[in-house]
Design a protein around this ligand. Structure first.
Ligand SMILES: *Cc1c(COP(=O)(O)O)cnc(C)c1O
Length: 408
């Protein structure tokens, strides 16, 4: 039976305390610009993740952009970036006129492959064109293999930017994701684990850098008695109203992480025994925030494709999505070099082909989740003959579309 109420992938989940902070802002007329909620939100995030400095910005994308600016990324420079991610990780490279080089995932965490990174760095060093920065993404709340990545980058003295937009609340060997590299960024976009309706944060232990970020984010106004500008700046700050939402959300972050982890456990418990079904793992000594539960469907073993499952769920009024399409397969980046995990293993492409993001919002009821689980079971049990022919066709087509040129 079709669900009457649509079940979404990841909806905002308010704590009920947000309006108190917003009301306070209105009552004191701190509607704009900046204000006490912004100051406190920065301090509270910095304390929560255990980092020296934080600056609240209009988006996570803006935070990545400023990090690249602070690392002096310019026209003609190169920046390495995880390939399996949302476009926002790499767009700021283009803002600076720099060139992205994409690094494949490894199979354990689905994040940047140290093996591929090693090859890419060695080749870049040989050519005398080392990247200005490496952007490492912690996908779906799962930490990348940071020790290996940082070690490699340290060998060549390349700074690391952690795109922790999806992983706020996740831990790597006791450290918060986003606090291990030179810069970390978080996002408070509507579908993230906590939201300020929109917004982002740039964090670093480098106090001078965060101060400079504040300068650049407010139109780069010189210290003068009038409006004087010697550098190009941006309008990238967060409003005091949105920071109020963010503060109330941060208070319940730990609860949200527990809820999303419980959602993952329930999917795993009910579906992992099915043929051809596997789930994103969790690296030893790390704690994922399980922002989204991602399942892999092996088409050969299960007899069904992810695309047809998504279609089936859509018909049942359930929102599910493909895993991010790797950036090296995006038309926008068709000329960008790409380094696979190994010559024979293209991990991000396999994850894209087989991966499905399931409804994971912390506000989803157990009943709603069971309804999703039952729909998925029904889908795999019912196997219309006509459809299996269709799958064959579509998987052939899929194979064709995965023919890409190998660069690098
Ligand atoms: C959401 C997201 C961003 C961008 O954050 P915004 O606040 O929407 O600009 C960047 N990287 C990743 C991996 C994301 O998921």
């Amino acid at each position: 039976m079709k669900n009457e109420e649509k079940i979404f992938l990841s909806l905002p989940h308010m704590s009920g305390k947000e309006l108190a902070y917003i009301t306070e802002a209105f009552e004191t007329n701190w509607v704009a610009p900046l204000g006490p909620n912004v100051d406190r939100f920065e301090k509270e995030i910095a304390d929560y993740v255990g980092v020296g400095n934080a600056i609240a910005l209009s988006s996570g994308t803006a935070a990545i952009h400023l990090a690249l600016r602070l690392l002096d990324v310019k026209q003609g420079d190169t920046v390495f970036c995880s390939t399996l991610t949302f476009i926002a990780s790499a767009n700021p490279i283009l803002y600076e006129g720099a060139k992205p080089i994409f690094i494949d995932s490894e199979p354990d965490t689905w994040n940047m492959s140290p093996q591929a990174l090693k090859v890419a760095l060695r080749e870049a060093a040989k050519k005398g064109s080392l990247p200005k920065a490496v952007i490492v993404v912690h996908l779906y709340g799962q930490c990348a293999k940071m020790d290996e990545i940082i070690n490699l980058c340290n060998q060549y003295q390349i700074p690391v930017i952690e795109d922790a937009a999806e992983s706020l609340g996740a831990l790597y060997k006791g450290k918060a994701s986003g606090t291990i590299g030179h810069f970390g960024i978080y996002s408070f976009n509507g579908n993230k684990i906590i939201t300020a309706s929109s917004g982002g944060m740039l964090v670093s232990n480098n106090q001078a850098a965060i101060k400079k970020a504040g300068f650049l984010a407010t139109q780069a106004k010189d210290d003068a008695p009038y409006y004087q500008h010697s550098q190009m700046g941006f309008n990238y700050r967060m409003s005091n109203i949105l920071a109020g939402i963010g503060r109330a959300q941060l208070e319940v972050l730990d609860e949200r992480v527990s809820a999303r982890r419980a959602i993952f456990q329930r999917y795993f418990q009910h579906l992992s025994h099915m043929p051809g079904i596997t789930f994103m793992g969790e690296l030893e000594k790390t704690k994922s925030n399980r922002w989204l539960t991602v399942m892999l469907v092996d088409e050969e073993k299960s007899g069904r494709s992810v695309t047809s499952l998504i279609k089936y769920l859509t018909n049942e009024n359930i929102e599910a999505r493909h895993v991010w399409k790797p950036l090296h397969l995006q038309p926008l980046f068709q000329d960008a070099p790409y380094y696979p995990h190994s010559e024979t293993e293209h991990v991000a492409e396999r994850l894209f082909r087989n991966g499905i993001c399931l409804p994971s919002g912390s506000g989803m009821s157990e009943e709603q989740q069971m309804s999703v689980i039952n729909c998925i079971k029904e889908f795999f049990i019912s196997k219309p003959i006509q459809e299996s022919r269709k799958i064959e066709l579509s998987s052939n087509q899929a194979e064709k579309s995965y023919q890409y040129k190998l660069l690098g």
